[in-house]
Design a protein around this ligand. Structure first.
Ligand SMILES: *Cc1c(COP(=O)(O)O)cnc(C)c1O
Length: 453
């Protein structure tokens, strides 16, 4: 029998609805709270920051299926479906009885899954009469995707990029500028929040928290301007479920069903995107799939954080979100997986962890690059440093399957390629990278900044 390598859906078979897991969760996430009054926030409160439609989606606990607008489907077709790939060469190198599949979200021109949400967010803004969008970006994948999507719908984009990431990944700033966005390193002197941070700590390397504060400040002080976010929020993860819904159909084409679903974890959007469509079968159809979120051990909110109401940003402008957090002013080590340096976990995933439907694993930086190099040399794709966490976790599971002599089906999400991250690989190959592990004292000390609710 011939072995099929890649499974593709034709355009007419691309799913036309997103899956909203909130409707099916046994315990709903707790409400976001107004940071000033600590009252639960409604759609109108959120719509001061986000587009109205995204604000609705954020709080929707009723509708499990949400139609993807036709205009968004038209843009998805520029690069979707993405391939589901059986990693034969990786399996062989590991000499594992496990079948390893990956969903390849690196094949769109922007190089990561982020564009799946950038397109609908900009579409809704345009439809609602918004003219400008702002956002933050870490390693720059989200900023790149947003800059492109803004241009598609004729919106002006202003992006605050984490300063240290801007220095590490200069090409991503250039990509954003090529798409016509204005890019500023954060913390900057162009906002109140940025000035305050720089005054307190002139060498602050920036974090997603500082960049979010600046982008929200610009959005709320500029007419006709909305803020967009590339991760963490429920509506972002909703848009990313196109990944898992396609993968579900493609696994069926392969005649298999995953025992393990794995993704790397920054704010949870690519994880939720691939995991939630499969998780509904654990809720309703007696499936026993294990869901594993792979985080850096230098930013271990899932495995060592605390479940608390906390801010999504450094300055405390965002709603208070009930989530696993390391504290909103947590400064992660300057690891190369810039997209995974966020302090909090998002409210859906946090509730699912509490309820035992999924769990996190933490991975040291050197293991992630070892995994990325093996994947490059076997499957021919150089993965994003973020995605290397998922690969390392998948490799752990494949080795476990070998030790236990179990025939397992492992599915992981390849969230992006690493072709703009070659400095990171250079550092690894030269032996210049190291692991960063936090002490319990450091974690406890930082959690003292979490507001008391
Ligand atoms: C942003 C990013 C991530 C992390 O974000 P999530 O919301 O957790 O998915 C992971 N991989 C890549 C390639 C990214 O760009």
């Amino acid at each position: 029998m011939a072995h099929q390598k890649r499974f593709l859906l034709s355009e007419k078979d691309i799913p036309t609805q997103w899956y909203n897991i909130q409707a099916d969760m046994p315990n709903k996430p707790l409400a976001p709270l107004n940071p000033a009054t600590h009252e639960p926030m409604g759609v109108d409160d959120l719509a001061k920051i986000f587009s109205k439609e995204c604000s609705k989606q954020e709080l929707d606990t009723e509708h499990a299926w949400i139609d993807i607008p036709e205009e968004v489907m038209d843009m998805y077709k520029y690069y979707r479906s993405t391939p589901l790939v059986r990693a034969y060469a990786l399996e062989k190198a590991l000499d594992t009885p496990a079948h390893i599949y990956f969903k390849n979200e690196s094949v769109n021109p922007l190089g990561s899954h982020k564009v799946n949400s950038a397109i609908p967010q900009c579409y809704y803004c345009k439809k609602e009469g918004v003219t400008n969008v702002t956002t933050e970006t870490g390693a720059g994948q989200w900023g790149a995707a947003l800059s492109y999507a803004a241009k598609v719908y004729g919106l002006e984009a202003a992006v605050y990029q984490v300063k240290i990431s801007m220095q590490q990944k200069p090409y991503r700033s250039l990509i954003m500028r090529t798409f016509g966005a204005m890019v500023e390193g954060s913390p900057s002197m162009s906002t109140r929040a940025g000035k305050d941070i720089v005054t307190r700590d002139p060498t602050h390397p920036g974090s997603l928290g500082t960049a979010i504060s600046e982008a929200i400040e610009l959005a709320t002080t500029t007419p006709n301007c909305k803020y967009t976010l590339g991760s963490v929020m429920n509506h972002v993860t909703l848009h990313q479920t196109i990944i898992g819904l396609e993968a579900e159909k493609q696994m069926e084409m392969a005649g298999e069903y995953p025992d393990k679903v794995i993704a790397c974890f920054g704010g949870g959007s690519n994880f939720g995107g691939i995991a939630f469509p499969f998780m509904r079968h654990n809720f309703f159809n007696d499936k026993k799939t294990e869901f594993i979120a792979a985080e850096p051990n230098s930013c271990p909110k899932l495995t060592r954080g605390k479940f608390e109401y906390d801010f999504g940003d450094e300055a405390g402008y965002t709603p208070l979100l009930p989530m696993f957090t390391l504290g909103h002013d947590f400064k992660p080590a300057n690891i190369h997986a810039g997209g995974l340096r966020y302090h909090g976990a998002g409210v859906i995933v946090s509730q699912l962890i509490k309820d035992g439907y999924m769990h996190g694993v933490d991975i040291p930086q050197l293991d992630t690059f070892e995994a990325g190099i093996l994947f490059s040399r076997t499957e021919g794709i150089i993965p994003a440093p973020e995605s290397c966490h998922a690969i390392a976790a998948a490799i752990r599971e494949a080795k476990k399957a070998k030790e236990e002599g179990k025939q397992q089906v492992i599915l992981f999400n390849l969230s992006g390629h690493g072709l703009i991250d070659m400095t990171a690989y250079d550092n690894y190959i030269n032996g210049d990278l190291r692991n960063y592990t936090l002490s319990d004292e450091e974690i406890a000390k930082n959690l003292e900044t979490v507001p008391q609710i």
